[in-house]
Design a protein around this ligand. Structure first.
Ligand code: SPD
Length: 427
């Protein structure tokens, strides 16, 4: 006969589950909390992390103990612990999760925890504590901790988000999502990487555009490859000398998602000077007319998936040819602290095409990218100097008039100062 125990622990193997669900931190949090509530538990707190490129881990702390999960989407597998005490029937949670995850096979091992006949009760008095707990317990309210993590094997940046998902589409190129973070507002994520957030987007978009535009005398024709959220074209179009901006974005879903949910970033898509093309930027550059643009900006994502070709010699050679005799190329240059290899290789490519002394680096700070330290890398064609401003008064007046929040005349020059470890990386 089984002796009385303090807790009941069911160790569950869910197999052949829906891989997309196994990688969806918001859905798993909802299902785990639902599993607890359905079995009559009182939820105290939930903490869930998503790991890039894939996998979710999380715990729902309940008055009656906890439910925990770790998933491996690539195996369609979830390891689940249902630890309960009291009258709660954890098999109700089991049935709920089996259904939510679409588990085609499963096994479970049930064990009793804290066998009472092996324990000695002491005189620790918990009566008053129980009373207090009953006073603050509110089944309608619990703390949610759902975390989005942008990481490689050794470093990560995590943002806590509300769990609300405004847009989630698997496009032909990538998974496009708009989520809401507590600290930085709504954010665009592509394939589990943070692209931009409402509250720090200006760091990136002001720095990708204004330093280059102020280094050219009268920039007229600008080309943007990528930049589907619209922040880069919004900044370029502040410059009245600019007559035409062509933007080539491969993924129409990114544009749609940002128009709907990040309207302050995607605010310039109807500007009369903008020509928006939804197509492959790499193919566009192959056929671009020589000597056409004063400025080319490559506002791409990281060098995996659709943006991989944006880091190649062929692509930048085509950019070089499409620039006017005096022209500037600016490329999203990755981080010298997070992805040193991609950072250094891009600079090598630019030095090779534009010349050793014509590939300067501008560093700036983005709180929501891993390590925070990020770069734009330049290719200078003809006689252009970017690191020294010719007319800092003009810049100061522009900054003031436009109400810029990151870029100014001092930041311009300071951003081209290169720390020694970065110099070493690109030697
Ligand atoms: N890891 C983030 C790399 C930045 C990619 N581009 C962001 C797009 C903002 N317009």
């Amino acid at each position: 006969m089984m002796s009385k125990a303090l807790g009941n622990h069911i160790l569950v193997e869910f197999m052949n589950c829906e891989p997309h669900i196994m990688n969806d931190v918001a859905a798993i949090e909802r299902d785990m909390v639902g599993a607890a509530q359905k079995a009559g538990a009182t939820v105290i707190n939930s903490t869930f992390h998503h790991f890039s490129p894939y996998g979710v881990s999380g715990v729902v702390v309940i008055q009656e103990s906890h439910l925990a999960i770790h998933t491996w989407p690539e195996y369609g597998y979830a390891a689940v612990d249902l630890f309960t005490c009291g009258e709660m029937n954890a098999w109700i949670s089991f049935d709920h999760l089996k259904e939510c995850f679409g588990a085609k096979s499963y096994s479970a091992l049930e064990m009793k925890r804290g066998s009472v006949n092996l324990l000695t009760r002491n005189d620790f008095d918990i009566t008053t504590m129980r009373q207090k707990a009953a006073e603050w317990r509110n089944p309608e309210f619990f703390t949610r901790n759902v975390w989005f993590t942008d990481k490689d094997d050794d470093q990560a940046l995590s943002l806590r988000f509300t769990g609300d998902v405004f847009y989630d589409v698997q496009s032909p190129f990538q998974r496009v999502r708009i989520l809401e973070s507590y600290k930085y507002g709504k954010m665009l994520a592509l394939d589990d990487m943070v692209m931009t957030t409402e509250k720090d987007e200006f760091h990136y978009h002001e720095m990708i555009s204004h330093p280059a535009l102020f280094s050219l005398d009268e920039p007229k024709d600008v080309l943007v490859i990528g930049g589907g959220d619209g922040g880069t074209v919004r900044e370029i179009l502040r410059h009245t000398s600019v007559q035409s901006v062509t933007m080539v974005e491969i993924d129409g879903h990114v544009i749609e998602a940002c128009k709907q949910f990040l309207p302050n970033i995607a605010s310039a898509f109807n500007h009369p000077k903008l020509k928006l093309i939804v197509d492959d930027g790499i193919a566009f550059m192959k056929n671009a007319k020589a000597n056409s643009y004063d400025l080319i900006i490559v506002d791409g994502s990281d060098p995996v998936g659709p943006a991989e070709g944006l880091f190649s010699v062929d692509f930048y050679t085509n950019c070089y040819n499409a620039l006017k005799e005096k022209g500037v190329l600016v490329a999203q240059g990755e981080s010298p602290k997070f992805n040193e290899k991609a950072f250094a290789e891009l600079n090598k490519t630019l030095q090779h095409i534009f010349g050793k002394n014509n590939a300067p680096i501008s560093l700036f700070f983005v709180p929501t990218y891993p390590t925070g330290m990020w770069s734009f890398q330049y290719g200078l064609k003809g006689n252009v100097a970017v690191s020294r401003l010719k007319d800092s008064f003009r810049v100061a007046a522009f900054v003031n008039q436009e109400g810029l929040r990151y870029y100014n005349e001092n930041i311009h020059e300071a951003s081209f100062a290169t720390p020694n470890f970065v110099k070493k990386l690109v030697e």
